[in-house]
Ligand binder design. Structure first.
Ligand code: PHE
Length: 343
């Protein structure tokens, strides 16, 4: 044992450290649970009683020497960092930190909102989980009327009896809530998520986003509606955009129309985006049906209004010529990065 102590003392004497990690390794090797000094303390238990005094002192001295040496190495390193660390160039630029980008749907929604804000429209929001009354009833969808089939609905609960709880199929429900409680005149746009029981394909999804608009005042006419939509189309798709209205049907508007904008890709000549027609369908619109005004407590003899509604994904697809709607939901960063410079 005497020799082993001498040997270890010598080893400790010679220790040199380049980095802090070396010191920690020495500590484990000497004083750790299975370290050589610790091992000697275990052997000490079996030593002859008359030798205990001598070896006890020697072992304690060894342990102290090891601890002192480790402290000394640590202090030296702190004062004078190792060669290796000194070589590290702190002025080198760090790793690139990737910033996120705004989602194309958010970009499009914000653009639509900012255009209508310029025209004096305020933003109104409402719940995604709605009751039948606000999504259908107040909008002139009579019970059992086939018009309800136009929008396949996800029902949440039948607890409301003939007013079940469901996921809204359009943000027209927000317009109903506004008509119920806002003072007249009303000029709002309602952006939000909507839900329809549709099979997912390149052209349809069960979740999508809408921006709908509503303007109610005295003497609002169809000409006002056309003008608002034309101005919007010019802001969104370019100054030389034209619009055309085709007769359509919605239970809550009369008359109703579907709006097409001139194809901004082929400038009306016909291409594969507009399927050779020169026109792209962008929204539905119409004059608010008097029954709808009445259902929300507005006198249709005194007030009239128009409403319109568009799908944000559709507008975004047309603006950036994205051919598959599903790209907007998959969030593949290679797709999202394409919009980095748009923001
Ligand atoms: N709510 C209709 C839809 O979701 C769109 C629309 C709104 C049509 C307002 C006319 C007037 O399809």
């Amino acid at each position: 044992m005497r020799e082993r102590i001498e040997e270890l003392l010598h080893e400790i004497e010679e220790l040199k450290a380049q980095k802090m990690q070396d010191i920690e390794e020495y500590r484990i090797k000497l004083l750790g649970k299975k370290g050589s000094v610790t091992k000697l303390f275990e052997d000490f238990r079996e030593i002859l009683p008359e030798q205990k005094r001598e070896f006890g002192q020697k072992l304690n001295a060894l342990k102290q020497a090891a601890a002192a040496k480790l402290d000394e190495l640590r202090e030296k390193l702190e004062e004078n960092p190792s060669q290796e660390e000194a070589k590290f160039d702190y002025t080198k630029p760090g790793d690139r930190f990737d910033l996120g980008t705004r989602h194309p749907i958010s970009i499009t929604r914000e653009e639509i909102i900012s255009i209508f804000s310029k025209f004096g429209y305020a933003v109104a929001e409402g719940p995604e989980i709605e009751d039948d009354w606000h999504v259908f009833g107040a909008l002139n969808f009579p019970p059992e009327h086939p018009a309800r089939d136009m929008q396949d609905t996800f029902f949440v609960s039948q607890a409301g009896g003939d007013n079940p709880i469901l996921l809204r199929t359009h943000t027209s429900s927000v317009q109903v809530r506004a008509m119920e409680k806002m003072p007249l005149p009303i000029r709002i746009i309602c952006p939000g998520r909507v839900f329809r029981n549709e099979a997912i394909s390149a052209r349809a999804h069960c979740i999508f986003h809408q921006v709908e608009g509503l303007y109610i005042d005295k003497n609002v006419s169809f000409a006002d509606l056309k003008q608002a939509i034309l101005l919007f189309a010019k802001e969104m798709f370019g100054e030389d955009s034209k619009i055309r209205l085709r007769p359509s049907y919605f239970p809550f508007t009369e008359p109703s129309a579907e709006v097409d904008v001139s194809c901004n890709i082929c400038k009306g000549k016909g291409c594969n985006i507009c399927k050779g027609t020169g026109w792209l369908e962008i929204m539905g619109c119409g004059m608010v049906d008097p029954n709808v005004l009445e259902a929300s407590g507005i006198d249709p003899k005194e007030y009239s209004g128009f409403a319109f509604g568009m799908g944000v994904e559709r507008i975004a697809m047309l603006k950036w010529q994205v051919k598959d709607l599903r790209h907007y939901f998959e969030n593949d960063v290679r797709f999202l990065r394409e919009f980095e410079t748009v923001v």
